[in-house]
Design a protein around this ligand. Structure first.
Ligand SMILES: [Mg+2]
Length: 339
């Protein structure tokens, strides 16, 4: 039929064809049709790249008005009722990594110097194209950030992406930006990364700038005897492409330790941010990590640090700072008790 429109919806890593839609159907019908395919209820669907006059289209808006081309891929965010019910009943004392397996704390997986992986990294260095968003700044260190569960809870249901943002994200990025160039590296496609960063208001923030994004194509697969083939994020790709960044001045945050298997010393495993609705009030991880980044920013090299002990390091740095303040008598918070 002439007025039929085939669309595709991409959700949770899979694609679903919507083949029953007519151009004069409205957005409500579109959402119902997505629900039929994915099970995500219309009110839980967030259609990231479907806009009407720059905003989310109202339910009564006709599909023809959205000017979608046949075969257009709609990026959808939203959770299943079952998943939401599950999330609400998961006890708090479960380990933070539930879906993604991880390597064990302190486990050495000696693959760093294997020729074949170095060759793979070299191939990424020469073939992977990085779109520079903002130029590197001389003298800055480098902070590489994962997205899902690091900056954003991508599984919980919400009306807006903003609700799923980890608390203090912008404050954290603003603070880090004073000493670090910032790179976002997520094991998903560039399209998703761009949409998410837009959604969170990171891509055009006035207080900080992101140097560039890396997606799953910059990752490599490695074989480990214990875990089989796994995907990792080798910082060597960045170091090879951008010589100003080195093992000495780079730090990477990810909620999954295996992602920094190729460069364990540079990785800091951040606590995963899940169940945003429950944890939004209490999660202070990014505030604390902003302080940690501060505390190490003036070191000539980060390579002697063990980021597994970042909280301990931060505590003694604070103590030291207080002591120095006390010694010099300046900036003391106990002025009232001075003689
Ligand atoms: Mg993650």
């Amino acid at each position: 039929m002439e007025d039929q429109l085939k669309l595709i919806v991409k959700w949770n890593g899979a694609e679903y064809e919507l083949d029953e839609l007519l151009l004069n159907d409205n957005v409500e019908t579109l959402k119902n049709s997505i629900c039929k395919k994915t099970g995500v209820r219309p009110e839980r669907q967030k259609l990231l790249n479907v806009k009407f006059k720059g905003k989310m289209p109202p339910d009564e808006c006709e599909i023809s008005e959205l000017k979608l081309k046949p075969g257009f891929k709609i990026l959808m965010m939203g959770s299943l009722e079952a998943a939401i019910a599950d999330a609400n009943t998961i006890p708090d004392d479960l380990p933070s990594v539930i879906n993604d397996f991880d390597i064990e704390e302190g486990e050495e997986v000696p693959i760093e110097n294997k020729e074949v992986y170095l060759a793979k990294i070299q191939k990424r260095v020469s073939d992977y194209e990085v779109k520079i968003l903002n130029p590197s700044r001389p003298g800055m260190k480098l902070l590489v950030l994962d997205i899902d569960y690091t900056l954003f809870d991508h599984k919980s249901a919400a009306e807006t992406g903003y609700e799923l943002m980890r608390p203090f994200l912008h404050e954290f990025l603003k603070s880090a930006y004073r000493h670090y160039d910032i790179v976002i590296w997520s094991a998903t496609s560039m399209k998703w990364i761009e949409e998410k960063m837009k959604l969170l208001g990171v891509s055009n923030h006035c207080d900080y700038k992101i140097a560039f994004y890396l997606d799953y194509l910059a990752m490599i697969s490695v074989h480990t005897p214990k875990y089989g083939v796994i995907q990792v994020k080798p910082l060597g790709v960045i170091w090879g492409k951008f010589p100003m960044y080195t093992p000495d001045n780079t730090i990477m945050f990810d909620d999954i330790r295996r992602n920094f298997l190729m460069n364990p010393q540079n990785g800091l495993r951040i606590r995963a941010f899940r169940q945003a609705h429950t944890h939004r009030q209490t999660d202070r991880e990014l505030l604390k990590l902003a302080k940690y980044l501060d505390s190490i920013a003036n070191l000539d090299s980060l390579s002697s640090l063990d980021h597994r002990n970042w909280e301990r390091y931060l505590r003694s740095w604070r103590k030291e700072k207080m002591k120095r303040r006390g010694d010099s008598g300046e900036g003391s918070s106990f002025q009232g008790s001075s003689p």
